[in-house]
Design a protein around this ligand. Structure first.
Ligand code: FE2
Ligand code: FE2
Length: 303
C-alpha cells in the first residue's frame, strides 16, 4: 500500500479504538532495568508526564470536537481520546507502583493538575477570552498537541522497533509490555492530532512555533524529571549524569537525542504528514495483536 495509514485525506482503513489491557506491576522491582537506576528513572518520567498530559489532550478535544464536521476525522478523534484516556490510567498504575517503591510524586502531580486545569483550559489563568481569542487559544493548543504527538509517535516507534537493548538488560516484562502497548497505539493514531490541527487551523507558522516550544519544554521537563527521580530513588545514591545517558543510548536502552533532532526537519517540512514517518504502523499493529497485556484485557474499552 502506498498510503498504509490510509490517512492522507484524514481517513483510516481500520477504526481507532481503545483497548483495555492489564499490566501487573506488583512484582516489578524499583530498578526495573536491573542495575541501571538512571535508565529506569529516565523512562519512569513517562509516568509523571503522561497522565496529566493525556488527560489534557482529552480536555482540548472535548472543546474541539463540536467544531469538526468531517465524520471520519470525528471518529478518529473520538478513538484517539479513548486511547489517550486509557493510556493516562495505565500510567497512573506506574505512579502507584513508584509510590509503593518509596518514590513520592504527589507534589509534582498536584502542580501538573493545576497546570492542566488553570492554564491548559479554555480560560487560562481565569481569563475570559472572547470568541476570536478563544479560537486562537484553541488552535495553539491543538498545534502543541500535534507537536507532542510527533514525539510520542517517534518514541513509540523506538520502543516497538528498536528497544531490544532493554530486553537484553533484563528489563521487567510487565513494564516493557505497558510501554510497547502504549508506544504501538501512539504509532497507530499518529495522524489524528495532525489531521485535527490541519482541519481546524492549518497555520504553518503556528505549527512551527508550537513545535519549537514543545521541544524546548519537553527537553527541560525530561532532564529535570530524570534528575529528580534518580535523586528520589531509594535504591541508589547515584545522581543523574549525562555520561550515563550516553552509555544507555549506546547499549540500546534509550533512544538517542540525534534521532529526536533528525525528526525535526521532517515535522517542519511544509508537506509533512505523520503517515510518511519512517516507523512501521504494521509492526505496531502486530505488537498490539500479540501483546500479553492486551490479550488478558477486559475487552474493548469504552471511549
Ligand atoms: Fe498516549
Ligand atoms: Fe497519542
Amino acid at each position: 500500500l502506498d498510503d498504509p495509514d490510509g490517512s492522507a485525506a484524514g481517513a483510516t482503513l481500520t477504526a481507532i479504538r481503545p483497548r483495555r489491557p492489564r499490566f501487573d506491576l506488583s512484582d516489578t522491582p524499583t530498578q526495573w532495568v536491573p542495575g541501571d537506576p538512571q535508565t529506569t528513572q529516565t523512562i519512569n518520567v513517562l509516568h509523571l508526564l503522561l497522565p496529566p498530559g493525556e488527560r489534557w489532550f482529552c480536555d482540548v478535544y472535548r472543546e474541539a470536537l463540536p467544531l469538526i464536521t468531517d465524520e471520519r476525522l470525528r471518529a478518529d478523534v473520538k478513538g484517539f481520546m479513548g486511547q489517550e484516556a486509557v493510556h493516562a490510567r495505565a500510567h497512573d498504575g506506574g505512579l502507584a507502583y513508584m509510590a509503593a517503591r518509596g518514590i513520592d510524586t504527589s507534589t509534582y502531580e498536584a502542580r501538573a493538575e493545576w497546570l492542566r486545569t488553570h492554564v491548559g483550559g479554555p480560560r487560562p489563568f481565569g481569563l475570559r477570552l472572547g470568541p476570536r481569542l478563544g479560537r486562537a487559544w484553541l488552535n495553539r493548543r491543538l498545534a502543541a498537541i500535534a507537536a507532542i504527538e510527533h514525539y510520542t509517535s517517534i518514541l513509540g516507534t523506538w520502543i516497538v522497533e528498536n528497544s531490544a537493548g532493554l530486553d537484553r538488560a533484563g528489563a521487567d516484562p510487565q513494564m516493557m509490555d505497558l510501554l510497547r502497548w502504549h508506544g504501538a497505539e501512539e504509532v497507530e493514531h499518529r495522524h489524528v492530532a495532525f489531521d485535527a490541527y490541519q482541519d481546524l487551523s492549518g497555520s504553518y507558522v503556528t505549527r512551527v512555533v508550537a513545535m519549537l516550544g514543545v521541544t524546548a519544554v519537553m527537553l527541560v521537563l525530561w532532564i529535570v524529571g530524570s534528575a529528580g527521580l534518580v535523586a528520589a530513588d531509594p535504591t541508589t545514591d547515584a545522581r543523574f549524569r549525562p555520561r550515563e545517558f550516553r552509555r544507555a543510548v549506546k547499549q540500546g536502552r534509550l533512544p538517542s537525542l540525534t534521532m529526536v533532532i533528525r525528526s525535526l526537519p521532517r515535522y517542519l517540512a511544509r508537506n509533512h504528514h505523520p503517515s510518511n514517518e519512517p516507523g512501521s504502523r504494521e509492526l505496531a499493529l502486530a505488537y498490539l495483536a500479540g501483546s500479553p497485556g492486551v490479550a488478558s484485557s477486559a475487552g474493548v474499552a469504552s471511549a
